[in-house]
Design a binder for this molecule. Structure first.
Ligand SMILES: Cc1cc2nc3c(=O)[nH]c(=O)nc-3n(C[C@H](O)[C@H](O)[C@H](O)COP(=O)(O)O)c2cc1C
Length: 192
């Protein structure tokens, strides 16, 4: 893959929060995404992260109410019926291996979400969730601690990035439903 294609994939790799719920994902696609984590760099090469996939309607229905969506969109309380994620991948730390995943979690989250875009899907990384309840509804074995939830589906919204103005980091949604994400420009993150 050339740089230009990688950059294009990264630009398309936005946080999607509204999906076409009629378009399903299969178990094989979820496994393909998790497989990408096998190839990631890992601090001390410990590889302490494990993944629980969630695909059935029953489990998706139990996970959904435990998630917090788009804190800056105060008037919006998450995707409505018909636009909810059709699958989740729960990233867990195996505390039998270590309590410190270093930055493996972020590296693998990017691999998973880039992989999702490459399969024609969209993803949203979610940190705001009820970890105890997630462990309970998914019957996670003791020692596995959920760290992030990745919501997945075929996107049913347009997300655009734009130059940040006056340091305002808040994403926003315009009247036409487009989700806008301010980003700092290259010259702002390059330290002289
Ligand atoms: C570590 C992390 C935690 C996040 N947690 C949440 C969350 O709990 N709920 C949510 O709706 N979005 C969450 N997001 C998505 C961010 O809001 C999103 O990445 C940010 O607004 C920039 O948008 P972009 O991903 O399209 O660039 C999270 C993203 C990251 C990287």
């Amino acid at each position: 893959m050339e740089y230009k294609e990688l950059k294009e994939l990264m630009i398309r790799n936005r946080s999607y929060r509204r999906f076409d719920e009629s378009k399903k994902i299969d178990a094989c696609q979820l496994e393909k995404l998790v497989e990408l984590c096998v190839y990631c760099a890992s601090g001390r090469n410990m590889q302490p992260l494990k993944y629980r996939t969630v695909l059935s309607e029953d489990e998706c229905g139990q996970v959904f109410p435990l998630l917090g969506w788009a804190g800056y969109l105060t008037e919006w309380h998450g995707p409505a019926e018909g636009e909810r994620p059709v699958a989740y991948i729960v990233q867990c730390l195996d505390r039998n291996l270590t309590d410190n995943p270093m930055c493996d979690d972020g590296i693998q989250l990017e691999a998973l979400t880039l992989g999702a875009v490459s399969l024609g899907l969209g993803a949203c990384i979610i940190k705001s969730f009820n970890a105890n309840k997630i462990s309970e509804v998914l019957s996670l074995e003791p020692g596995l601690v959920p760290r992030h939830v990745i919501a997945l589906g075929v996107p049913a919204e347009e997300v655009v990035i734009e130059d940040m103005k006056d340091g305002d980091i808040r994403y926003w949604r315009s009247e036409d439903g487009i989700h806008h994400v301010p980003k700092r420009r290259l010259k702002e993150i390059l330290v002289k």
